[in-house]
Design a protein around this ligand. Structure first.
Ligand code: PLP
Length: 379
């Protein structure tokens, strides 16, 4: 079956996953093998050694590439491994622009691991982007919606500006997923994912992925995938493939529940600020409505009473589990300043200590609202 012309929901289930030609197995097998037999030297069927390629991984790469509308897709052992492969394309003489509220691990990789020459920019402000631009700026790395503040960046506008000046534009599409937003169709060069989040969707696997239509870049990434070896195992690939089959129905429910949660928070006296691009008065609403199908499952808010009150809320919820990560069926709550964003404390990316981040799951809406209300009501 060719994927062409098929709807997103159909491709989420079938792309890259024809029934097994040998046995007819409907589900792509987990090819637990590190090597592949050859009849004569050089006669392999596309698979030689497990680091270079594996059939379960190939199925995942084809499926996710199809969902991003990309010609090429490469799976990695984590979102950071995918980011690392992309950032290693930057030469020591080049300069990189990253978000002022970038995912903490991305900032750490750019600033402390690879030591790249970089500037942080609020990409919602095109004048700030222009001001930060240098003659040697070769990469613009954006996230939208951003983590943890849910800022919305106009992908088409930033990609166009990057291309006018000869730079590449990468979008970390982890928060939106290709179901809600397709960066390549909006003009970006690469869509990047932590498949640990919504694509896996069940908090049971860590993985990463990059999609692109640039054949040369894809070849460079495939080279690094093999040469550096940060590849996902076949069982991890299977878990992501399995998760992706239900991505559209899960995302619809995440979006529905997150909207209800954002509305409750917006009306709550213990909350001073709510960040959710689906609220009509959110600064990101107009751009999000233009480039996203719906507004996603992430919400963050600032509690009156600062850090002590924020920690109290995190400790009091019962349905929302206090944990890092996001994007799975179960609702999670966390305190960015002490948890996910602790690595950026004291840097330009430091977050408000009163901020709480929610990954709104797909449980009963009423249970989620009740849980947050009981945590906030007696503050
Ligand atoms: C989690 C995350 C990453 C890193 O992915 P890992 O799979 O944890 O390595 C990168 N970007 C965003 C937006 C994330 O949420």
């Amino acid at each position: 079956m060719s994927d062409e012309g098929l709807g997103f929901e159909t491709r989420a289930i079938h792309a890259g996953q024809a029934p097994d030609p040998v046995t007819g197995a409907v589900v792509t097998p987990v090819y637990l093998t590190s090597t592949f037999a050859q009849e004569a030297v050089g006669t392999h069927k596309g698979f030689e050694y497990g680091r270079t390629a594996n059939p379960t991984r190939a199925a995942l790469e084809r499926c996710l590439a199809s969902l991003e509308g990309a010609a090429h897709g490469l799976a990695f052992g984590s979102g950071m491994a995918a980011s690392d492969a992309l950032l290693r394309q930057v030469l020591p003489t080049e300069h990189v622009l990253i978000p002022h509220d970038a995912y903490g691990g991305t900032y750490r990789l750019v600033a402390r691991v690879l030591g790249l020459d970089h500037s942080t920019v609020d990409f919602r402000d095109m004048a700030a982007l222009d001001a930060a631009w240098r003659d040697n700026t070769m990469l613009v790395w954006i996230e939208t919606p951003t983590n943890p503040l849910l800022g919305v960046v106009d992908i088409g506008a930033v990609a166009a500006r990057a291309h006018e000046r000869g730079a590449r534009c990468i979008v970390d599409n982890t928060f939106a997923t290709p179901y809600l937003q397709r960066p390549l169709a909006l003009g970006a060069d690469v869509a990047l994912h932590s498949t640990t989040k919504y694509l896996g969707g069940h908090s049971d696997v860590v993985g990463g992925f990059a999609a692109t239509n640039d054949g040369e870049l894809a070849a460079n990434l495939a080279f690094l995938q093999n040469a550096a070896g940060a590849v996902p195992g076949p069982f991890d690939c299977y878990l992501v493939l399995r998760g992706v089959k239900t991505l559209p129905v899960r995302m619809d429910r995440h979006c529905h529940n997150a909207r209800a949660v954002a509305e409750l928070l917006a009306d709550h006296p213990a909350v001073s600020e709510v960040h959710y691009p689906g609220l009509a008065d959110d600064p990101g609403f107009a751009v999000a409505a233009k480039q996203m199908r719906d507004f996603g499952g992430m919400v963050s808010f600032i509690v009156r009473g600062g850090e002590a009150a924020a920690l109290e809320v995190c400790a009091r919820t019962k349905v929302f589990t206090l944990a890092e990560s996001l994007g799975a069926v179960e609702s999670l709550i966390e305190h960015p300043a002490r948890m996910t964003h602790a690595s950026v404390a004291g840097s330009p990316l430091a977050v408000d200590p009163g901020l709480v981040r929610l990954s709104v799951g797909i449980e009963s809406e009423a249970d989620l609202l009740h849980d947050l209300a009981q945590a906030l009501d007696t503050l």
